[in-house]
Unconditional design. Structure first.
Length: 313
């Protein structure tokens, strides 16, 4: 395997790096391996960093390890094309026209990423944040620099330096992020249907239109309408949480496994209680979620009558 990694690294340096250099980007590349999961091999990613602008993009590259050189070079040039396409907005905004430094011009691009402060305490030092979900989670702020439907979403964390340049308060940032959140079209999918049909834009799978009754004892997945990127933030939409409570006809559990999506199930029909749900959540985290996408091991409960999310364990 080490020889395959070395061969890939050499082609990256021979093909991808010079191509980006000709386009005006001086980049640093790295090939990283995520922790191994029980269900399969480690995830191998090519990481490209433009250190002059802070831009980073990651590509999953396991399939490249066994390709002949000619085909590998074609794939790498495909990555170059994606980089040049998706990085344009960020590079223009941050280095040329100053749009990145103008809050009014970027406000509609602000979104929330939900994080567990116990797993990423450094965020609370370098970034503005708001405690949410019974003060057990934090909402940090990011700026989408390209279409959020893209599988290679380009986004930048809002840190204290940028807040100072924008000259706004956290309250203003929170209000804008919530406004943007309420304008999204979330998706609530039956977990089994999602596994069987990964077409996230299949309108037949979304259970939210029509506010139909949801089954007890069944697991559902909540995510952004834009796709899989940072979809766990949908739990911060009060009207949506209340609507799901009506559809559940009662309280429900929230299992925030991934930053991209959360699992939801009715309290009724779960006689095993929170202990078994925590065990299920841990199993999902250890077998299905990449470490870089891991959100939390905590279980929450939506109280329909109090209209709030509470820690369940």
């Amino acid at each position: 395997m080490d020889q395959k990694y070395e061969a890939l690294h050499k082609r990256v340096q021979a093909v991808l790096v010079p191509a980006l250099d000709r386009a005006g980007y001086t980049v640093v590349t790295d090939i990283q391996t995520d922790e191994s999961r029980k269900t399969g091999d480690p995830t191998v990613r090519l990481v490209i960093r433009d250190e002059s602008a802070g831009f980073i993009m990651r590509f999953v590259v396991e399939d490249l390890l066994n390709l002949p050189e000619e085909e590998l070079d074609k794939q790498l040039m495909g990555f170059v094309k994606i980089w040049l396409t998706d990085s344009t907005a960020y590079r223009n905004a941050s280095l040329k026209d100053g749009r990145f430094l103008d809050f009014d011009r970027m406000r509609e691009n602000i979104f929330i990423r939900l994080q567990d402060p116990d797993l990423c305490p450094d965020l609370m030092v370098r970034c503005p944040f708001r405690r949410v979900m019974d003060d057990e989670m934090i909402a940090v702020y990011r700026i989408a620099m390209n279409d959020q439907n893209s599988s290679n979403l380009v986004s930048v964390t809002v840190d204290h330096k940028l807040m100072k340049r924008w000259n706004i308060s956290e309250e203003e940032l929170w209000a804008q992020a919530l406004k943007n959140l309420k304008g999204e079209e979330p998706r609530l999918l039956l977990c089994d249907a999602l596994i069987a049909d990964r077409n996230l834009h299949n309108e037949r799978l979304n259970l939210l239109p029509g506010c139909r009754r949801l089954q007890t004892g069944t697991m559902y997945v909540l995510m952004c309408g834009a796709g899989v990127c940072n979809g766990a933030r949908e739990v911060l939409n009060p009207a949506l949480m209340e609507k799901i409570g009506v559809m559940m006809d009662g309280d429900y559990y929230i299992l925030p496994s991934s930053i991209h999506e959360v699992m939801i199930t009715s309290v009724r029909g779960r006689p095993e209680g929170v202990r078994d749900l925590k065990r299920n959540l841990r199993e999902v985290n250890e077998t299905m979620v990449s470490p870089r996408d891991l959100l939390s091991y905590k279980v929450f409960r939506y109280d329909r009558w109090k209209k709030c999310i509470l820690r369940a364990d």
